[in-house]
Ligand binder design. Structure first.
Ligand code: ADP
Ligand code: MG
Length: 408
């Protein structure tokens, strides 16, 4: 049986199997909204936690929305698009539901391999690439494939021979879009996309988003969400970044004063914990209108609604925890407030990345509340982004009580 052959392949591809501790539950992957079967496969593969692109990309893609993802090579983009597709496909149906285009034969084979590892044993995949016997590929299609991975040239060939039918396609992926364009696949991609049903989800992955890639996205995607983890975003200089020293028991007051002084168009406030988010929501809900909260305990539907309202501008202040915050695809927010210092430096970068990029708001502002004990955490963040944050001055308000005398 096919399954047997696959298991051996899987085992061979897992050299570090024995080093992987198996105890930890897949909490972080679980919080992205993946089902238990997938989670246990990830655990077996030794995927302990999602990579940054996976963390951001997966929750958005799971909503069915078109998404572009930009991240360096080797950052796990395959699983980033593969998992949401496997999750959303109807695996009981034998029909061809997903088409994944990649620039080269090797990449197609790699993607197919990864999808085989991520998907159920009986998943039916066809790899359609040049330089391999076409007859065998036709046979595979005849036996029925649920996912096709291929290069544009060979895919077109099989389309024109009417061996490949795209009527039932629900998911299209343009993987390594920049390289596909470099190779000159644009006309082929156009022809293929035109034959895919318009009611579909399109995902685009690329290490760079050149103007050409942007044009491709514009033409074939429907208001795509964007996940950008390219390095330039890391030290986003167009965002003015401040810290404010504060005593823990004055944080709520500080937030209120800051809002009063800044009067932000829209503000995203990050807390470290769900309880923290709830506490804050409670504190401000009565005073302010158009405020919402989002964290991992809310059902997906509710989360979608909250994000939609924030994106549309209906909600002016959104309080969020990191896990969900990462999945929030909204850019051009005027103000980001780190009510709690993020636990990891990467989280800081992701939080801040929501401000002012790619939009009419070209300078966002970010504020990080720091208690006296958290000075070293601030330093870590500054090292990570390679710049120093400025201290922000509030008018007529002291967020710090005077220090007790030194030899107290
Ligand atoms: P990219 O497409 O961004 O170049 P790949 O999807 O090819 O990256 O992934 C690179 C490698 O990382 C692959 O060997 C893949 O199996 C592995 N990988 C992906 N996601 C994870 C994860 N969350 N944990 C551990 N390994 C991962
Ligand atoms: Mg890749």
């Amino acid at each position: 049986m096919k399954t047997k052959e696959k298991n051996t392949k899987e085992n061979n591809r897992r050299p570090d199997r024995n080093r992987t501790p198996r105890k930890k539950p897949q909490t972080e992957f679980a919080s992205l909204g993946l089902n238990p079967k997938v989670l246990s496969r990830l655990e077996k593969l030794g995927y302990e936690k999602p990579s940054p692109i996976q963390r951001e990309f997966i929750p958005i893609a799971l909503t069915g929305r078109d998404v572009t993802g930009q991240a360096q090579t080797g950052t796990g983009k395959t699983a980033a698009f593969g998992l949401p597709i496997l999750e959303q496909m109807d695996l009981r149906l034998p029909s061809l539901q997903a088409l994944i285009l990649t620039p080269t034969r090797e990449l197609s084979e790699q993607v197919a391999n990864e999808l085989e590892r991520l998907g159920p044993n009986n998943l039916k995949l066809a790899v359609l690439v040049g330089g391999r016997p076409i007859r065998k590929q036709i046979q595979t299609l005849e036996q029925g494939a649920q996912i096709v991975v291929g290069t544009p040239g060979r895919v077109i060939d099989l389309l024109f021979r009417k061996e490949l039918k795209l009527e039932e396609i629900k998911f299209v992926v343009l993987d390594e879009a920049d390289r596909m364009l470099d190779i000159g696949f644009r006309p082929d991609i156009e022809k293929i996309m035109k034959r895919c049903p318009t009611e579909r989800q399109t995902l685009l992955l690329s290490a760079t988003m050149s103007d050409e890639v942007e044009r491709l996205a514009k033409r074939f995607m429907n208001e795509p969400a964007r996940v950008d983890l390219s390095e330039k975003d890391v030290a986003n200089k167009s965002i003015r970044q401040y810290y404010i020293s504060v005593d823990p028991d004055r944080k709520i007051t500080l937030l209120a004063r800051l809002l009063l002084q800044e009067r932000p168009q829209q503000v995203l406030v990050f807390t470290r914990t769900k309880r923290g988010a709830e506490k804050l929501h409670k504190a401000f809900n009565k005073k302010l209108k158009n405020i919402a909260m989002i964290h991992g305990d809310l059902p997906q539907q509710k989360r979608d609604r909250v994000i939609k309202d924030f994106r549309s501008g209906k909600t002016r202040m959104l309080i969020a925890t990191d896990v969900v915050g990462r999945g929030i695809d909204i850019s051009g927010i005027s103000h980001i407030i780190n009510y709690d210092v993020p636990e990891f430096c990467d989280d800081y970068v992701h939080r801040i990345g929501r401000a002012g990029r790619l939009s009419s708001v070209d300078t966002g502002q970010a504020f990080t509340f720091v208690t006296r004990e958290q000075g070293s955490q601030l330093t870590e963040i500054e090292k990570r982004i390679n710049m120093l944050l400025d201290e922000y001055e509030l008018k007529d308000f002291s967020s710090l009580r005077p220090r007790p005398p030194k030899n107290y």
